[in-house]
Design a protein around this ligand. Structure first.
Ligand code: F6P
Length: 319
């Protein structure tokens, strides 16, 4: 490849900018011409593409969001849309594309690769729901935000001897709830991957309070349902009304942690080197510290394995 482009797509995540910076700087370092597409696949259809230089990605490694902006684009899903996107790249001589995003974005990259554009996917999502990588870019920061929020909630919940429900993002994946729950010492973690028993949760809460516990924190992954509904169910069973906090999009903002910046930088550079080596249709990840490139087809057709060991640990420690 001689000319490559980079775009961000789907929900944004902290560290996307660090990944864009890595793709641009690594591409230029290796003598490529590098372009950026604005607003994800929508920008490919509208031909919203500009050339990047070293300074175009200055002062962004520490910023949340994405300077390239992002969109969920319906037109791109059709074969005609995909052909137009490939044609717009080709008419500029761009033959390589790095797509930073989640599951849906990977499907788009896969389609373009089948139309002859060499594509690489980078896992940019707070959800950590992409297989063949231990972590996705943004997950570490999102978990830190949740942990920080729970620290604050603990203060006020302890003062009032209250129970608190914290509803977190993650779509169908319970990882944000699991990791934040373990790190913050939550009593109960509800994730879509593991069945739960509300009677047992309500009884344990009553018992804990009667034995002198001063607060009770329940984390509910959004894939399980609404925090408000869980609160009402608990209230029905034991008469205690947990106060509900929905953290929402706060989890997607703010400066990325050093872990996310390092992951994004390593993966961005790796994607460029794979393109130069002639690779295409791959999703980049890091597994146990090793950079890996896996067929996007395999990645989009595999469900991320839930870490049951960590889940059991949270149960042992939250007595
Ligand atoms: O995929 C990231 C994510 O924040 C999910 O956790 C959440 O379900 C979804 O995006 C929210 O989407 P939107 O920003 O479109 O409301």
């Amino acid at each position: 490849v001689k000319k490559i482009a980079v775009l961000t797509s789907g929900g944004d995540s902290q560290g996307m900018n660090a990944a864009v910076r890595a793709v641009v700087r690594s591409g230029l370092y290796h003598g490529l011409e590098v372009f950026a597409v604005q607003r994800g696949y929508a920008g490919l259809l509208n031909d919203d593409i500009r050339e990047m230089d070293l300074r175009s990605v200055g002062d962004i490694i520490q910023r949340g969001g994405t300077i390239l902006q992002t969109a969920r684009c319906k037109e791109f899903v059709t074969p005609e849309g995909q052909q137009l996107a490939a044609d717009n790249l080709r008419k500029r001589g761009i033959d390589g594309l790095v797509v930073i995003g989640g599951d849906g974005s990977y499907q788009g990259a896969n389609k373009l690769s089948k139309l002859g554009i060499k594509t690489m996917g980078l896992p940019g999502t707070i959800d950590n729901d992409i297989p063949f990588t231990d972590f996705t870019i943004g997950f570490d920061t999102a978990v830190s935000i949740v942990v920080d929020a729970i620290n604050k909630l603990r203060d006020t919940m302890s003062s009032h001897e209250r129970s608190s429900i914290v509803e977190v993002m993650g779509r169908h994946c319970g990882d944000i709830a699991l990791y934040a729950g373990l790190a913050s010492g939550a009593e109960t973690i509800l994730v879509p991957e593991v069945p739960y028993d509300l009677d047992e949760i309500a009884n344990r809460m009553t018992e804990n309070f009667s034995q002198g516990k001063r607060h009770s924190i329940i984390i509910v992954a959004e894939g399980v349902g609404k925090g408000e509904d869980i609160s009402a169910e608990i209230m029905k069973r034991n008469g205690i009304e947990p106060r509900v906090t929905v953290l929402g999009h706060i989890q997607r903002g703010g400066t990325p942690t050093h872990n996310d910046r390092i992951l994004a930088s390593s993966l961005g550079d790796f994607a460029v080197r794979r393109l130069i080596a002639g690779d295409s249709g791959k999703a980049c990840g890091m597994i146990k510290g090793e950079l890996v490139a896996t067929d996007i087809d395999t990645v989009v057709n595999t469900k991320k394995q839930f870490n049951m060991e960590l889940y059991e640990l949270t149960k042992r420690l939250s007595q």
